[in-house]
Each structure stands twice: as structure tokens, then as C-alpha cells.
Design a protein. Structure first.
Length: 228
């Protein structure tokens, strides 16, 4: 099997993934590459590995990390998360099942729930609500903002849909960097131009976009940096 096509898979550094997911970089590194000095295995099956001497991950991995962050934030131990993901990967015959919509379907939810129970978690979908029936609503938050292709694979992601409804991440656009929908202009480039030129209006003129879209891109980038 040949090397992944970076123009289609997207490529992210540990720090970029940490900013987008909203968790510390050291956690992302451990989840994707294991724990240094220990025998603890990674939680995610890394699609890219090392690229140009830097640890890299794909868009599919980025989607999986969102699930890990959700489960970990809800109090599930990392060893339990790893076992659940390994079991679901085998049961659903998907290398990256948490980067698909299969886990939101009835059979997928059942597989994940059963795997969780075998690993000592009674109600995986109910980690925050304490009510199993409302679990679908809790889980739905992970599906919101994600666009799936006809095969059920995650195709694109609106990482901050409320703050920046026109900022999208698509692995085939700008190597997976956040861009303005419909224009493909990286938000980082717009924010950097606004900084250099001294105003959002100047950046909007240079990229031939509206001031509101330029401001949206700048606000998005600023929010990412503050959360890092």
C-alpha cells in the first residue's frame, strides 16, 4: 500500500491539532504517538506518522481526536478509551470508525455502547447527563459541524461553527488548513495580512473579500490562539 496522498488526507502538526481540538499539545502527542518512556500505546492509528521529521496526523485522525477529547473530558480513562476504539475498529471493519458517521447510526451506537460496558463503563452516551436516553443528544454535539460523504466518511468540518460559520476545514483544500468557504483562502493568511497591513479592511481589499468575511477569519484565528 502506497504512502497517503497529502493533498487529499490533510496534514496537521501536533500543535495545530491541539489548537483546533482545544486540548493541550502534550495530550495530542500522547494520544497519537504514545507516552515517552512507557509501554503505553497510542490511542489513534496514525495515518501519516512522521513527515519531514515532524509528527503529523491526517484529517481522519483529527476527527478521531475530537472523540477522544470528549470522552477524556467526561472522565473516561485513556486505557478504557483505547480499548473501546480498538474493539469498535475491529467490529465495524473500519480503520478510523470515529471519523465516519457509522458511530451515530443505531448499529454503530450499539457496538460502541457494548464495547464501553465490557470495559467498565455503564452508559457511555450519558457521561454528562446521567440519563441514558438523552445520550443521543450529547453525542450529537460531536456530529454537528461535520460534513460526511455518501460513504459516511468525514468530508469536512466547521471547527467553530457559531463563531465562524464560513470557516471550513477540508482535507483537499490548503492541506486541510482552515479556509473561507467558497474561496479556499486560509484564515491564517487573512489574519496575518490584517496584522501586517494594520487593518481588517486592508486585508479584505487584498484578498477581494468582504470586510465581514475578513473579520470572521481574523476572529477565528485570534480565538484559536487564545485557546492554545
Amino acid at each position: 500500500m502506497g504512502a497517503p496522498d497529502l493533498l487529499r488526507t490533510g496534514i496537521y502538526s501536533v500543535s495545530e491539532a491541539a489548537e483546533l481540538i482545544g486540548v493541550p499539545a502534550q495530550k495530542i502527542r500522547a494520544w497519537i504517538d504514545g507516552w515517552p518512556g512507557t509501554e503505553k500505546a497510542p490511542v489513534v492509528s496514525n495515518q501519516l506518522g512522521w513527515v519531514d521529521k515532524q509528527l503529523a496526523l491526517s484529517f481522519a485522525n483529527l476527527m478521531e481526536l475530537r472523540f477522544i477529547a470528549f470522552f477524556a473530558g467526561a472522565g473516561v480513562k485513556i486505557n478504557e478509551i483505547r480499548r473501546i476504539m480498538d474493539e469498535v475498529r475491529i467490529a465495524l471493519h473500519r480503520p478510523h470508525p470515529f471519523a465516519t458517521n457509522v458511530v451515530f447510526k443505531t448499529d454503530g451506537r450499539k457496538v460502541v455502547a457494548e464495547s464501553a460496558r465490557r470495559n467498565g463503563i455503564k452508559d457511555l452516551y450519558d457521561l454528562r447527563s446521567k440519563n441514558f436516553e438523552i445520550g443521543i443528544v450529547v453525542y450529537k454535539s460531536l456530529k454537528d459541524g461535520v460534513v460526511y460523504d455518501p460513504k459516511g466518511e468525514a468530508l469536512a468540518w466547521y471547527p467553530r461553527q457559531r463563531l465562524a460559520p464560513n470557516v471550513i476545514i477540508h482535507p483537499s483544500l490548503a492541506f486541510g488548513r482552515p479556509v473561507l468557504k467558497g474561496r479556499g483562502i486560509p484564515t491564517e493568511a487573512i489574519a496575518e495580512t490584517a496584522k501586517v497591513e494594520g487593518s481588517v479592511e486592508a486585508a479584505a481589499a487584498i484578498f477581494e473579500i468582504t470586510t465581514s468575511r475578513a473579520k470572521e477569519a481574523v476572529d477565528f484565528e485570534e480565538r484559536l490562539r487564545r485557546a492554545a
